[in-house]
Write a protein that binds this ligand. Structure first.
Ligand code: NAD
Length: 352
């Protein structure tokens, strides 16, 4: 079977890391007898330069016509002075909206081989960290009514039952396949929208009797993530809390170049991308770590195409290559074998 993948290289290191991911996908195709057909799509700064807008209609159409989207990163200093509606990030917002991607899934996994890179003490991370943050992506305060008045400004957090229910279901469905624990994070001691959030999550939990649900206030969740990350499995939370907590969870693993993400909705078509940005400081130097993008491609195989064994093969290959001591510069320590972006991808492909 052939899967059509829209590949948005984007800006900075984006094209280098997506090239790394397609190299690995090609190996998977060869080994498992699939076809991956790539459509290369312009979005972000590169599209602004070519067409004067971050997400031209033909780019959106190409993504809508694909089975799934693989994204490198967009943005860079060159476009920082543009008005906000013309900036590269608008491409991401436009894609999320058009593709109906309301759930952002960010696994934060601590690789034992990279434990030294974690900013936390050894005794804190001894229990490991394998956390899946499920963040609501299209509602809440980032999308609520906002305005400026004479000497004040406001933003509004509003959630509907429908919005909370669908993200909660998504989190419980994921937890069924993991260790069957969900922590819902809110601020229900103060916010009305959080009180509704908690009520709806509890209602949804009734359909998942095997899952243990607990609630945590966001301030405590931040503290607990730093104190004892191993207590978490699936975290489900609102757009803004998820934005902040997923960065914290990622920081625990110590390696921004390692962490993948998926943005999904109700159709199989999602958007898969590393959590890091376009790293303009190392762009074009073959220094970028392609593993986050390669692992995003693995998430795509599993979630968009249902190719479990293929996704496992990629994740295992990454593990193997790290186990052999190969590192890109961002995660290298004394005694490691430092390789560039393309070679790292080639090593993973070989290990597949
Ligand atoms: P960044 O993630 O691009 O870089 C932060 C630091 O991490 C840099 O030192 C960079 O070299 C390093 N780094 C990031 N990814 C790496 C990788 N794969 N391998 C090795 N090192 C890596 O964050 P930033 O500097 O704040 O942002 C740069 C640009 O990226 C900005 O224009 C920002 O808007 C954009 N951005 C885009 C996305 C996205 O496309 N989803 C996300 C975040 C930031």
């Amino acid at each position: 079977m052939t899967y059509n993948i829209a590949v948005i290289g984007g800006d900075g290191i984006g094209p280098e890391i997506t090239a790394g991911a397609t190299a690995v996908l090609n190996k998977v195709a060869q080994k498992f007898g699939h076809g991956f057909a790539y459509t290369y799509v312009d979005a972000g700064g590169v599209a602004i330069d070519k067409y004067g807008e971050p997400l031209p209609k033909q780019s959106l159409d190409q993504c809508m016509a694909s089975d799934s989207v693989l994204l490198g990163a967009v943005g860079g200093p060159k476009w920082d002075t543009l008005p906000s509606h013309l900036r590269p990030e608008q491409a991401l917002l436009g894609l999320r909206k058009a593709l109906g991607l309301y759930a952002n899934l960010r696994p934060a996994t601590l690789y034992p081989q990279l434990a030294e890179a974690s900013p936390l003490k050894e005794r804190v991370i001894a229990g490991g960290a394998d956390i899946m943050v499920v963040r609501e992506l299209t509602g809440g305060i980032y999308f609520g009514e906002r305005g400026d008045e004479q000497d004040s400004a406001y933003d509004t957090e509003r959630y509907s039952v429908f919005e909370v229910e669908r993200i909660a279901r998504r989190a419980f469905d994921i937890a069924v396949l993991r260790s069957k624990r969900v922590v819902s994070v809110d601020k229900a001691n103060i916010l009305r929208s959080s009180q509704l959030w908690r009520r709806v999550v509890e209602d949804v939990a009734k359909d998942y009797p095997d899952i243990t649900l607990s609630h945590m206030y966001v301030d405590n969740a931040a503290m607990q993530l730093a104190l004892r990350p191993s207590q978490f499995d699936v975290i489900v939370t609102s757009n803004m809390f998820g934005d902040i907590l997923s960065d914290l969870a990622s920081a625990i693993t110590g390696s921004i170049g390692m962490l993948p993400s998926a943005s999904v909705g109700d159709t199989a078509r999602g958007m898969y991308e590393p959590i890091h940005g376009s790293a303009p400081d190392i762009a074009g130097q073959d220094k970028a770590n392609p593993l986050a993008t390669i692992l995003s491609a693995a998430m795509m195989l599993r979630m968009a195409f249902g190719l479990q064994a293929e996704a496992d093969a990629i994740e295992k290959a990454v593990d193997t290559v790290l186990g052999e001591g190969f590192r890109t510069a961002d995660i290298a320590g004394a005694g490691d074998k430092v390789v560039g972006c393309a070679q790292m991808a080639a090593l993973v492909a070989q290990a597949v």
